[in-house]
Design a protein around this ligand. Structure first.
Ligand code: G6P
Length: 632
């Protein structure tokens, strides 16, 4: 019987974007699980739990709240077992309670199960299982799955307990509609664990006499850098000494062991206060890594090893389609601007969540791109699958090596910025802008861009890390500006052309982490509605670099000032404004048009970060958000 003192009664609660971790080996599982859960906490942080299988018993502890709360709870128990599973949860609906936390135990007390995903047909299965005598202490879909495993296990008449365990899980999963990354323990198999996935990420870490299952590499990289990326429909059956992978239809899979190229220190805070701060400041190096080895020898264009498209195939492309969610969608908008501007080819950008349902007519010669830091965002993945189903070639710009999107795409470009832990994306965003600018260059050079213009463009891209360093030096001044404006309840971010998406991103960053209402608009559109918000209490952040439409932007600033709106301007070094027009000025160096959006992003990242810190917000784990949205 579980030793949990927790009453397992709760409302329906779907688990999305959760983190799962499982350990089997020689060491005490609980500390390894807690460490893994801490690292996975950015995937969900409203409750957490562990189950340890020791001396033939399933010991469970689960608590609403952060992993720290769970750690206090586990400290009260003698959890000494070397086999266990752990979960950190992010709920959409249903209360955040101890009972709703995972693991969930089958009503016969034999199985403990953790789950990331949504079981869509849980209700029919629950009716069926109830008729068969299974009982439920919660209304979670996960508890249904743990009972379904118990049911199929009990029904299996042939084979030993180990074979029946595997078949029980397999048969249960064959009946599941929905998505899952799961790990399961069975009381009759005290030295075994089973894990499986469908549309939720899951990796197997292959250690020295131990294995770790996790939703992402950050939870296992402190123990091993050797990993097997499980694919949809695969089930892994583990002991501490060996593992085997089969598919839902019992086909054996030969595992491919990959090596993670980053180490645990990349996923640690070091001397920084927050991951967001760390990730903002590591952008010069991250951007260097995104570009490494990606320029032609003559220095006039970009080269990509993984597009799987020849130059002549690319020349046939007459339109681009870009799909993404959240911050990555903003990067698509900037890339649209650059491809249209430099390669003179039309680009369409869509939210992945909209594209997948709106059945848009597409040009047969379009090339489809998806952008996703995590490579696991379910809407982006679904948009990609829809485009592939229609016969399009889909390329991915993605940071997490081995992610589902990376594996299912026809080719693509890795961002190589290392793990991004802060929920608010920073280095992954600027790297997407950089890679987008390189794609624009590559296509432009296949079309009409001259060698000289290409060379100048490449020089500008190579100079980005230093320009970012220069802007980062203004951090103390930006912190002071943040203090002055941190009490505002509304903000406008206004930019034009390629800086309109940066205005959107600035507004998103601020609202994500400081909970201030913020909106991004093209500066000239401000007159058509948002200007009604303007008062001395609503600051506007203007992007006003030197360029063709600089004077137009200054006119918009005047309109705001005439209504007493405070103005923070981000402008090119050396730019002067009429007396009294701006309340705070942040400068960026003069730079090539293709890189301005990258450089202009840095001040708004810093501004949002310092405002959120000033307001005492939990910067890395903002309320209600999760880093990787793996369920629709
Ligand atoms: C979530 C995150 C955002 C991110 C978006 C898309 O909403 O909070 O920061 O931009 O997902 O994520 P992806 O991994 O696909 O880039």
């Amino acid at each position: 019987m579980p030793c949990s003192s927790i009453a397992l009664s709760c409302n329906l609660s779907k688990q999305i974007m959760c983190g799962i971790v499982g350990y089997i080996g020689k060491h005490k599982a609980v500390s390894i699980l807690l460490e893994g859960l801490k690292r996975l906490e950015y995937r969900g942080y409203d409750s957490a739990g562990v189950a340890i299988l020791q001396q033939g018993k399933l010991l469970v502890a689960k608590k609403a709240g952060r992993v720290e709360v769970l750690a206090h709870e586990t400290a009260k128990h003698a959890f000494t077992g070397t086999l266990g599973i752990g979960h950190t949860r992010w709920a959409t609906h249903g209360g955040v309670t101890d009972a709703n936390a995972h693991p969930h135990i089958s009503s016969d007390g034999k199985f403990a199960l953790i789950h990331n995903g949504v079981i869509e047909n849980y209700s029919q299965m629950k009716t069926f299982l109830t008729q068969k005598g299974y009982t439920f202490k919660s209304e979670t879909d996960t508890e249904v799955l743990s009972n379904l495993v118990a049911y199929h296990y009990a029904k299996e008449s042939s084979g030993d307990t180990s074979e029946r365990f595997l078949e029980g899980v397999r048969k249960a999963l064959q009946h599941v509609e929905g998505t899952y990354g799961i790990a399961v323990l069975c009381i009759d198999c005290p030295e075994e664990m089973i894990a499986a996935r469908k549309a939720s990420p899951l990796l197997l870490g292959v250690g020295d006499g131990e294995y770790i299952i996790a939703s992402d590499a950050s939870a296992l990289v402190s123990r091993t850098q050797n990993v097997v990326y499980l694919k949809d429909g695969e089930i892994v059956h583990l002991t501490a000494k060996a593992f085997s992978i089969t598919t839902l239809d019992q086909t054996e899979v030969t595992p491919i062991v990959d090596t993670i190229t980053w180490s645990v220190s990349d996923a640690e805070l070091g001397t920084y206060s927050h991951f967001m701060e760390k990730e903002i400041f590591e952008q010069p190096v991250a951007l260097e890594n995104s570009m490494r080895g990606r320029f032609s020898e003559d220095g006039s264009t970009a080269v990509f090893g993984g597009l799987n498209l020849t130059a002549s195939e690319l020349r046939q492309i007459n339109r681009f389609m870009f799909c993404a969610c959240g911050t990555a969608w903003h990067a698509c908008l900037v890339t649209e601007h650059l491809i249209e501007r430099f390669a003179r080819l039309p680009v369409e950008v869509d939210y992945a969540s909209e594209f997948r349902y709106r059945n848009a007519p597409l040009d047969p010669n379009a090339l489809f791109f998806v952008l996703s830091q995590s490579g696991e965002t379910i809407d982006t993945l679904a948009a990609m699958r829809e485009a592939k189903r229609k016969g399009y070639r889909v390329l991915a710009i993605n940071n997490v090596v081995g992610s589902t999107i990376a594996r299912e795409s026809d080719g693509g470009i890795y961002q190589h910025v290392g793990p991004e832990i802060g929920v608010a994306s920073t280095k992954a965003f600027t790297s997407q802008l950089l890679v987008g600018a390189m794609v624009a260059l590559y296509v432009a050079r296949l079309k009409d861009m001259s060698f000289a213009d290409g060379t100048e463009y490449v020089k500008a891209l190579k100079g980005v890390p230093d320009l970012v360093r220069q802007v980062l030096k203004q951090a103390p001044a930006i912190k002071e500006i943040a203090k002055r404006f941190a009490k505002a309840n509304d903000f406008l971010f206004l930019g034009r052309l390629s800086l309109f998406p940066i205005a959107l991103e600035g507004a998103l960053k601020l609202k994500e982490i400081s909970y201030i209402h913020a909106e991004g608009y093209p500066a000239a559109e401000m007159k058509h509605g948002p200007i009604a918000l303007i008062s001395e209490k609503c600051p506007s952040v203007f992007f006003a670099p030197q360029g063709e439409i600089f004077n137009k932007i200054v006119s918009s600033m005047q309109e705001i000032k005439a209504r007493k709106g405070p103005i923070i301007v981000i402008t090119t070094e050396g730019t002067e404004f009429p007396e009294g027009l701006v309340d705070a000025k942040i400068t960026i160096p003069q730079c090539h048009e293709a890189v301005v959006p990258i450089i202009a992003s840095i001040p708004v990242q810093l501004l949002s970060y310092y405002i959120a810190v000033e307001r005492g917000c939990d910067v890395d784990k903002p309320r209600n958000l999760a880093k990787s949205v793996t369920v629709e």
